[in-house]
Design a protein around this ligand. Structure first.
Ligand code: ZN
Length: 282
């Protein structure tokens, strides 16, 4: 207490919660670093609640946050060149209210989105190859976040509990046609209903018609045949083969995988298991 009111910061990942907390600490410095005890006394609140607002990763309540910010702005003597005190306070309060809402929104959506989907690296790679950007709005702002590949709802699965709905019947190996790459903005629009499941399915379907899609499915198919998934789903294999076969650019002479045990004939869209000549490097 006394000399310095410096308060330690919580450990937060980049994002709105960290922005809000950093700005709160910046305002605290600008206000001359009053101790949290001093601020609490002025507000008639407990010392712990004020201290925790600065110190904990949890976003403080709106009422508490704005009350602290209110007290701090009154202590600021200089808002920058040409900005009088009144304007400085008004602008700061508006700005902090906005930062608080963004932080709270981030906190709430983190609480509801649960664990990221489980999928093999082959499936993830396929989805990113088909659509390096958001499959709906084409934005590329954030790449490869754990939650940015999401499962589509099948029209008949509305009644299933969310966890099953999310991952389908094979949680470890979701069907790639049930997955889509979405930016955080589009995930939010989906939650609020601005983006419908039908639009998402159409966006997913459109990926298969992009130039180069067959090549990505061909790479994916090889990975599946080499054991990238815990189970080989015949429907997935069949669908991938039909996309590959339709693109003359990827149709090539038949080749062998897995020490000559699998013959892949892309031009005819067929696979056969047997004992062929081994073409693997040993
Ligand atoms: Zn998007």
């Amino acid at each position: 207490m006394g000399r310095s009111g410096v308060i330690e910061r919580p450990d937060l990942p980049p994002g709105a919660r960290r922005d809000f907390n950093q700005e709160l600490h910046a305002l605290h410095r600008r206000a001359g670093l009053p101790s949290s005890r001093e601020i609490a006394e002025e507000m008639g609140r407990s010392h712990a609640s004020v201290h925790n607002a600065f110190r904990l990763p949890k976003v403080p309540s709106h009422e508490l946050a704005m009350a602290i910010i209110d007290r701090l702005t009154l202590r600021v003597r200089d808002w920058g060149v040409g900005i009088d005190l009144e304007t400085g306070i008004e602008t700061a309060l508006r700005r902090y209210a906005r930062l608080w809402h963004q932080a709270r929104y981030e906190e709430e959506s983190l609480a509801t989105q649960g664990d990221p989907l489980t999928m093999s690296e082959a499936t993830r790679t396929l989805l990113y190859a088909l659509s390096p950007e958001c499959s709906v709005c084409q934005k590329t702002r954030r790449l490869r976040q754990p939650h940015d590949i999401v499962a589509l709802e099948a029209p008949d699965e509305k009644q299933l509990p969310p966890r099953l709905r999310k991952t389908g019947l094979q949680p470890e190996a979701p069907n790639p046609w049930r997955l889509i790459h979405l930016c955080s903005g589009c995930r939010r629009r989906r939650e609020t209903g601005d983006l419908t499941e039908l639009e998402l399915r159409e966006a997913r379907f459109a990926l298969d018609r992009r130039p180069g899609a067959a090549r990505h499915y061909a790479a994916y198919l090889d990975q599946l045949l080499l054991g990238a998934e815990p189970v080989i789903d015949g429907n997935v294999i069949g669908s991938a083969l039909s996309i590959i076969k339709d693109d003359p650019a990827v149709a090539a002479d038949p080749y062998f995988l897995n020490h000559g045990h699998i013959k892949v004939d892309r031009a005819n869209g067929s696979l056969s298991w047997g004992q062929y000549e081994c073409t693997d490097d040993h």
